[in-house]
Write a protein that binds this ligand. Structure first.
Ligand SMILES: Cc1ncc(COP(=O)(O)O)c(C=O)c1O
Length: 385
């Protein structure tokens, strides 16, 4: 591997690069360009070792094109004053702010560097116990694949005809071996939601038998989001765990801030396995403190997302596609072409997106970017046919 140590001239160029608004120092651009914007055509995972593809629109990973807010950016810059210190103090402050915001106690908050970190951890703990994990299928499978790799059993319950969680069938799949039920609401890759009253009743019944994990990564995009959040079940004393991330509505995907809420007992259990102290960095946590309660920014993102999503839905329907209802910042629809080659031809048009295969169909999942990006996506789709 080539050394990346920068000399004085490099730093001057780097400064110039930043002043010109480029994301990378000039001297490193040529070197790094070849690693950028490349996703695996099937899994959608970033392939850092691969050749370059310049994307006009990166619509692969449900990122928020409007974040972080200016307020968060300023807080992050100021947060660098703490960058030489282990981040315990600001983490404690963030925990208590989250607790007050969510109406729980600080001991019920688990901070993590992205929800992925927590999903992996919970998957590993459950997998090590060789337990069963029940989830819908398809779903966001990180926790489930980690658990399966380590010795857990993933019990997949197909979504119903409306591509929503089939709560009745999921409840029937629970046995004495079940350690956890994973609910992703709104779903991913299917962007649907479950009826909040049904889900609440499900949580309250099922949590008496096993832990219910509700992944609320996209909750903020649902109109009347609070009614759909299962934090209310936790406040009522149920054995539920709720995963929340700032990657989506707050646009923090690259800053890695997320948290889980659960009973004090379960948080204590998880703390035993976590990476020493806190994995999150101080500047990001300062940013999180500034953005957490910024309702104006959240509403702005929800509104812009709705606008761009409606434009894309209209365009897709005009082209004969049938997207599922979406309560998220992405759309999914069946395609005629084979998924991998579809992703490849769209990538050749400069549009990054992902494909799935389920219910005997190939599907395209496209993130909702800006309206301009969605227009580029529709134009490319017209070309590809
Ligand atoms: C449903 C769901 N949960 C969790 C995550 C992981 O989010 P984070 O960026 O916080 O790791 C994602 C990311 O796309 C997601 O879609």
């Amino acid at each position: 591997m080539k050394s990346t140590t920068l000399g004085r001239r490099d730093w001057l160029k780097a400064g110039l690069g930043l002043a010109l608004g480029s994301a990378f120092p000039l001297s490193l651009q040529a070197e790094t360009k070849q690693y950028l914007n490349r996703v695996h055509p099937h899994t959608g995972r970033w392939m850092l070792e691969e050749a370059p593809v310049a994307l006009k629109a990166r619509l692969t990973s449900n990122e928020n094109p409007y974040g972080p807010s200016d307020r968060a950016k300023m807080a992050i810059i100021h947060g660098f004053k703490d960058a030489n210190l282990y981040s315990r103090t600001v983490a404690i402050e963030l925990k208590s702010k989250i607790a007050a915001y969510e109406g729980v106690r600080p001991e019920q908050v688990f901070l993590c560097a992205g929800l992925s970190e927590l999903l992996n951890l919970v998957g590993a703990v459950t997998g090590l116990e060789h337990g069963d994990l029940v989830s819908a299928h398809p779903t966001f499978d990180l926790m489930l694949t980690t658990a399966s790799a380590i010795g857990g059993q993933w019990i997949k319950v197909p979504l119903n005809k409306k591509f929503e969680h089939d709560l009745g069938a999921m409840e029937k799949a629970i046995t004495a071996k079940t350690k956890l039920v994973y609910i992703c609401n709104p779903g991913n890759p299917c962007s649907t939601i479950v009826d909040p009253e049904e889900l609440s009743a499900f949580c309250s019944r099922v949590s008496k038998k096993t832990l219910v994990f509700v992944d609320e990564a996209y909750n903020d995009y649902i109109p009347d989001a609070a009614r759909h959040s299962m934090v209310s079940r936790l406040r009522a004393g149920d054995q539920v765990m709720i995963g929340k991330t700032l990657s989506k509505i707050h646009g923090f995907a690259g800053l890695r801030v997320a948290y889980a809420l659960a009973t004090t007992g379960f948080i204590k259990e998880l703390e035993k396995y976590r990476t020493w102290d806190f994995t999150m960095n101080a500047p990001s946590m300062h940013g999180a403190l500034a953005t957490l309660q910024d309702e104006e920014f959240k509403q702005y993102c929800v509104m812009k997302n709705r606008e761009a999503r409606e434009l894309a839905v209209k365009g897709l329907i005009a082209l004969g596609y049938e997207p599922l209802p979406s309560y998220t910042n992405f759309l999914i629809f069946p395609i005629q072409k084979e998924g991998k080659s579809f992703v490849q031809v769209m990538q050749n048009q400069g549009i990054g997106l992902r494909s799935w295969y389920f219910n005997d169909k190939h599907w395209c999942r496209v993130s909702v970017g800006t309206s301009e990006e969605m227009q580029l996506f529709l134009d490319a789709l017209k070309q590809v046919g």
